[in-house]
Design a protein around this ligand. Structure first.
Ligand code: SF4
Length: 234
């Protein structure tokens, strides 16, 4: 991967940013693309969004050292523009290899580009915080942490989703949250959650058995009126 030149992003990159984390990580976080700091250092999520992600991990009772973090594409787009469909397709084999090698139990998608891999055509404002099983892996869609840097009103939404992830992980493996980072219950939504087509088709795996409790632990908050309008980009 470090010498890959499968797309034009190779021309402008400083370093390829493959991802980092332990081989046996239970949880894999997948963001969008490297930014300026990531391109310089060759590490994912080391800028402002990365600092916020570190804070968020604590809300789920997680440490950065125990999760795997990567992006949909591994080289920085010029000017931090959105990845192009052709670039995502070119880089897709690398992401698929990472998933196959790491075999995480839970994949957390950060932003709409990684979400689209498992939830094509869906809106992040509609399905964030709602887990669904995909090929034996529980996929948990979230806003990208950078969304909170651009829209402060989303910070609480992202924090709540991460707390829900902590509850989900406890349901899956019975682990207690890290000391000093209690996972707080989320108030029930004011209105019933919209049906998710993916939720209604569980498969016969151990994760599927955990899904009802996980779904109960991850009741989606009611989207704020301006949420879907403001942040389709995330
Ligand atoms: S973005 Fe992916 S496909 Fe394109 S050059 Fe970098 S590693 Fe290769």
């Amino acid at each position: 991967m470090l010498t890959c030149r499968e797309c034009d992003l190779a021309k402008g990159r400083t370093r390829v940013v493959p991802g980092e984390g332990p081989d046996d990580a239970t949880v894999m976080f997948i963001g969008e693309a490297p930014g300026q700091n990531e391109d310089r250092l060759g590490r994912p999520f080391v800028g402002a969004a990365g600092q916020f992600l570190d804070e968020l991990l604590g809300l789920a009772g997680l440490k950065r050292s125990e999760v795997y973090i990567c992006n949909v594409i591994k080289c920085r787009p010029p000017g931090n523009r959105d990845p192009l469909p052709a670039e995502i397709m070119s880089c897709k084999p690398w992401l698929e290899q990472q998933i196959a090698l790491k075999q995480p139990k839970v994949i957390v998608t950060l932003g709409r580009y990684s979400m689209a891999r498992w939830f094509p055509g869906q809106s992040i404002s509609r399905i964030h915080g709602q887990p669904a099983e995909k090929d034996g892996v529980l996929v948990y869609p979230m806003y990208h942490p950078a969304a909170a840097l651009h829209q402060a009103a989303l910070k609480e939404t992202i924090q709540n989703d991460m707390r829900q992830l902590g509850r989900l992980l406890q349901t899956l493996d019975g682990r207690a949250p890290a000391e000093g980072t209690p996972v707080t219950p989320i108030p029930p939504p004011a209105a019933p959650a919209p049906p998710l087509e993916l939720r209604s088709q569980p498969t016969q795996t151990s994760l599927a058995a955990a899904l009802p409790a996980a779904a109960a632990a991850a009741q989606p908050p009611t989207p704020k009126p301006d949420e879907s309008q403001q942040l389709s980009m995330f």
